[in-house]
Design a binder for this molecule. Sequence first.
Ligand SMILES: [Zn+2]
Length: 224
Amino acid sequence: MIPTLSTPVRIAPKSNLGDLARHQATQPMNAEKAEVDLPRIERAVREILIAVGEDPDREGLRKTPNRVARSYAELMAGLGSDPQVLLRTVFKDGYNQVVLLRNIPFHSMCEHHLLPFTGHAHVAYLPDGKVLGLSKIARLVDAFALRPQLQERLTDQIADAIMDGLQPLGAVCVIEATHNCMTIRGIKKQGSTMVTSAIRGIFQTDDASRGEVLALIYGTSRLT
Ligand SMILES: [Zn+2]
């Protein structure tokens, strides 16, 4: 049960958000399309610059609030998309072995510090008569990553979306990421990586299936 799937988060007080969300989900995500209140971010960034003792009107900083606003629109573009739309295009197929998309690069924004965390997602499922285009899996990762996020929740949301949208026999999402809030501030542990996994369906109940899919993800399968 994932609230964000049935009730996509909307970030602007618009009356036609339903249409907007549907439209955006079919379009490549970029800063221009995201429905973000840019002037409001600009005002906030100006306040931050003043608060840290800077002069927001000096030459080098004059356009910074606008640049930051635009980058935020891009970094939060997933909020304007409905990830379930990506799962509507499925292909009927008799393929009944594990499908794995490994090493999907992503970046997201830690919701506790609004600092980036970056890494790779590995997404696998065991089809039950339906398969998904590989690019759809990669876009699903972006749709959930481009918003204020926690790595644990991101991992769960990707696996649950595949279970809900595709109804496979099982799904796995493993994410390995480095968090800037841990490497450049606070405890400052450079090089530490956080690994999270969400294991669903047959991969949860059947040890052999889980072993096989994890071996594929980590590249140690006897098949390769
Ligand atoms: Zn953080």
